[in-house]
Design a protein. Structure first.
Length: 578
């Protein structure tokens, strides 16, 4: 395809199209009208082929791409087909117009998504087929799983064309669609499917991405995915669902009445007891909560409405929150830092200080801490409980503490040496699936007690993994064999931390010497949070604004926009708060 004068814009289709500027103006206008419903689009980067027109309605921004034009060359047809994926209306009806009569009904646009950026190129191969090459930044599979990839990964999509009634049409193409990243952010939205930890004390999210355009279609895909169960890395028994085995939708789609989704389930749901049905309803309501205007859900079984009360005070905790103030060892005391002063934690704080601790994690109720000092890892309690030395292996990473009171520790030099120490002081080896070589940089259990974040340094580069915890009678025995791998930045990994139920943050010494902070969505994209000069560790709170980076000089840094500002000095370490 020959370039246009604007290096950021591919050659336009032959039929007149409105300009990129007009499309951009329409989209900006849409954002102005739909203040809360329109996601901002970066101003940089090329404009997609064909500049599809934008319109707005109650569902938000949508696109109206053109169909094929008379006399389109093969590369025009391919570019138009890719461009037409911006509209999912009528089962991607516009995109199917570019396909041959035989292939149009066989192409599956829902199989996958290639998310790309930069400049696409089309080339003819020696066998007469065509390749459409893009720089891929992420992929989404048919179940909505988002996987971020390196920025230099090229994807070549192969097309075979034929002539029908004198016009070129696509007779063979990969299932799925390819979307420029700016369009993907507008057309797809993230939805957390919610499951339970085995004790039904916490809701555990499983992030998926679905087409936003039609809310009814999104509701159906969310419910079907929820009934199919969690992602492989989050599989049972690490998390559980309230829906009886075999439960499906009794109807083909989730309908809506008065803004309330009507979820008609198969007969299996009727056999569930009252508490189980309440949990089922909670899973549905929370999983559908990211759809605008959805406040409740109506469950039916084979068309008959069920009367299901809410769980009320018996319900699980969603996205557990921690104390927002940083918990530090400074000024000779262990406690919360505020107004330049440390408020000691009392007996527990005194014990942590007396141990000469260099790392710690505090339980949600403030009654227990997992502490590391020169002797090893300790369990430190409040009140009459004495400090207990649990792990004396050399070179231990900072310990973690889960919701059941187990202290987690592992030597940095032994990635398979993970042990969970029970409240009784007994150690339980935890089986892991990752490599036995390399170095463990950090280990942190999520506040829901169902997932663990692990940062590794290996010969192949840094790894950032999230795995779910398999327990037997509450005792951790293994991590899932297929952990979720997030995209780790190149360089030397320094630390990683949970931020909230769906986000983790990392601190990395980049090849250029910068101390880079990134926010990673668990099952979604990552975000650059700038550089924290001289940073050596990072600690999370409840959102990105609560992140704290500690420097080698003992300064505490807080995010301010795209920069990190010093807010305290003289800090020995920042503890993790559950």
């Amino acid at each position: 395809m020959s370039p246009a004068p604007d290096p950021h814009r591919p050659r336009p289709r032959r039929a007149p199209r409105r300009s990129a500027r007009a499309a951009a103006v329409a989209l900006v206008a849409a954002c102005a009208v739909l203040l809360s419903g329109c996601v901002s689009i970066p101003s940089g980067g090329p404009v997609s082929e064909g500049d599809p027109a934008t319109v707005t309605d109650e569902s938000g921004v949508s696109y109206q791409p053109d169909g094929p034009q008379d006399g389109d060359a093969p590369d025009d047809v391919i570019a138009g087909f890719v461009d037409a994926a911006t509209s999912s209306a009528d089962q991607y009806g516009v995109a199917r117009q570019f396909l041959s009569s035989d292939f149009a009904s066989r192409w599956d646009p829902f199989a996958s998504v290639v998310v790309w950026e930069g400049q696409a190129s089309t080339s003819e191969e020696v066998d007469g087929s065509y390749s459409y090459s893009v720089t891929t930044i992420a992929t989404v599979d048919g179940q909505g799983h988002y996987r971020e990839v390196g920025s230099d990964q090229e994807t070549r999509l192969s097309f075979q064309l034929v002539q029908e009634r004198g016009e070129w049409r696509i007779a063979r193409a990969p299932d799925g669609i390819a979307l420029r990243s700016t369009y993907f952010r507008e057309i797809f939205s993230a939805h957390a499917l919610y499951f339970f930890d085995p004790t039904f004390s916490f809701l555990v999210p499983d992030l998926r991405f679905f087409v936003t355009r039609a809310s009814q279609s999104v509701s159906t895909r969310i419910v079907k995915s929820l009934l199919q169960g969690p992602s492989p890395w989050l599989s049972q028994p690490a998390v559980v669902t309230a829906f009886p085995e075999g439960t499906q939708l009794a109807s083909s789609a989730v309908t809506t009445a008065g803004g309330t989704p009507q979820v008609d389930l198969s007969t299996e749901a009727r056999a569930a007891d009252d508490v189980t049905q309440q949990r089922m309803k909670l899973q549905l309501r929370q999983s559908l909560s990211n759809i605008p205007s959805v406040l409740d859900v109506q469950m039916l079984v084979d068309g008959t409405p069920l009367t299901v009360a809410d769980l009320g005070g018996r319900g699980p905790v969603k996205d557990p929150q921690a104390e927002s103030r940083p918990l530090v060892l400074a000024q000779g005391a262990f406690g919360y830092l505020g107004g330049g002063e440390v408020v000691p934690l009392g007996t527990l704080g005194t014990r942590v200080t007396a141990l000469g601790a260099d790392a710690a994690t505090l339980s949600a109720d403030g009654q227990q801490a997992a502490v590391r000092n020169g002797s090893g890892v300790w369990s430190v309690g409040d009140g009459d409980r004495d400090a207990v030395l649990l792990d004396t292996r050399p070179g231990l990473v900072a310990p973690s503490l889960d919701a059941q009171g187990y202290v987690w520790s592992t030597p940095a030099s032994d990635p398979r040496g993970l042990v969970a120490w029970g409240p009784d002081g007994v150690g339980h080896p935890v089986a892991v699936s990752w490599t036995a070589t390399g170095r463990v940089v950090s280990l942190e259990v999520a506040r829901d007690g169902a997932r663990v974040l692990v940062q590794l340094e290996t010969g192949a580069g840094p790894q950032l993994l999230v795995a779910s915890i398999v327990r037997d009678g509450g005792v951790p025995i293994s991590l899932t064999t297929t952990p979720l791998e997030l995209l780790a930045s190149p360089g030397t990994p320094l630390d990683a931390t949970w931020v909230d139920e769906l986000d983790v943050a990392t601190l990395t010494l980049a090849p250029d010497g910068e101390r880079k902070v990134e926010l990673h969505q668990v099952g979604g994209p990552s975000e650059d949070m700038g550089s924290a000069a001289d940073g050596v560790s990072i600690t999370g709170a409840n959102d990105a604004t609560g992140l704290r980076v500690l420097t080698s000089a003992g300064a505490l840094l807080t995010p301010r926009g795209s920069t990190w500002q010093q807010t305290a000095t003289g800090v020995s370490f920042v503890a993790t708060k559950r």
